[in-house]
Design a protein around this ligand. Structure first.
Ligand SMILES: C[S@@+](CC[C@H](N)C(=O)[O-])C[C@H]1O[C@@H](n2cnc3c(N)ncnc32)[C@H](O)[C@@H]1O
Length: 250
């Protein structure tokens, strides 16, 4: 079931220009709901704001006291105006190259406290890697890092940077979901909670059958497998190992 927040967003902001597909919106709604049910609190950072299409939605889940940072190399006046309408307190706009993000003293002070970091800025491998390191510094115990354009053929270097980061930190960070052009990474210690939540709730809450999507898990976590959500596959809610057509969600 989409939350009231997502319905509100879709009604008011569907004509905002940008890059944010419906599956990604539903996935964000699902994950912010998961955080709320798990009692996860903290601020957020978006790197790459453009006209605010994704930043508006994440702002709408933030409590007034939770700080939200929006960082872009360019001025983003339309995003600023739209975000002010949904988050009037504690929204901070930083115009800078994301490579220098932690030179902002206020942002750097947020070390270990943010529950949501969306990386959608410069899509080079170098910048993606630097943005992941920034996110790792800022992320709270049960926070989520979301990286845009994961496995986009236009940006192969971005996917390389994501895997370099994961392979360098196997005991610190794990990818737990890939869905709607984006991947989702959490601290290794929080992995099981998100993995269990997806297994128990995703099919129903994201209305996968009605939306013509399928939950998959085509290999094990120790094989770098994770849940993914794709276009409807084999008319099934869940598709598992390729060799096991009748696999249950594992
Ligand atoms: C794909 S757009 C972001 C889309 C936005 N999140 C949305 O949902 O529509 C990428 C943004 O990243 C910004 N950007 C590009 N390189 C950057 C850098 N090195 N540091 C900070 N922002 C950067 C661009 O100015 C642009 O606004």
């Amino acid at each position: 079931m989409p939350s009231e927040t997502l319905r509100n967003y879709q009604q008011k902001f569907s004509d905002v220009g940008g890059f944010f597909v419906p599956l990604a919106m539903v996935t964000w709604d699902f994950l912010f709901t998961a955080q709320s049910e798990m009692g996860v609190k903290g601020g957020m950072l978006e790197i790459g704001v453009f006209q605010g299409k994704s930043g508006i939605l994440s702002s709408m889940y933030m409590a007034p006291e939770e700080p939200a940072f929006f960082l872009d190399i360019h001025e983003v006046p339309q995003a600023r105006q739209r975000i002010a309408a949904v988050k009037s307190e504690n929204a901070h706009f930083l115009q800078m190259n994301s490579i220098d993000a932690l030179s902002d003293e206020y942002l750097a002070e947020m070390r270990g406290t943010l529950r949501w970091v969306h990386i959608d800025g410069e899509h080079t491998g170098y910048a993606t890697r630097a943005d992941l390191d920034t996110a790792a510094h800022l992320l709270s115990e049960r926070g989520i890092i979301c990286v845009d354009d994961f496995f986009s053929f236009k940006y192969p270097q971005l996917t390389a940077a994501v895997y370099q980061f994961l392979l360098e930190h196997p005991f610190k960070f794990k990818m737990f979901l890939a869905s709607g052009n984006k991947c989702y990474i959490c601290r290794a210690s929080a992995f099981q909670a998100y993995d269990d939540y997806i297994r128990a709730q995703a099919i129903q809450r994201m209305r996968l059958a009605e939306n013509k999507w399928t939950l998959t898990r085509t290999s094990y976590v120790h094989d770098y497998g994770c849940f993914t959500i794709i276009a409807r596959n084999k008319e099934r809610d869940f598709v598992g190992l390729d060799r096991d057509i009748n696999a249950e969600v594992f």
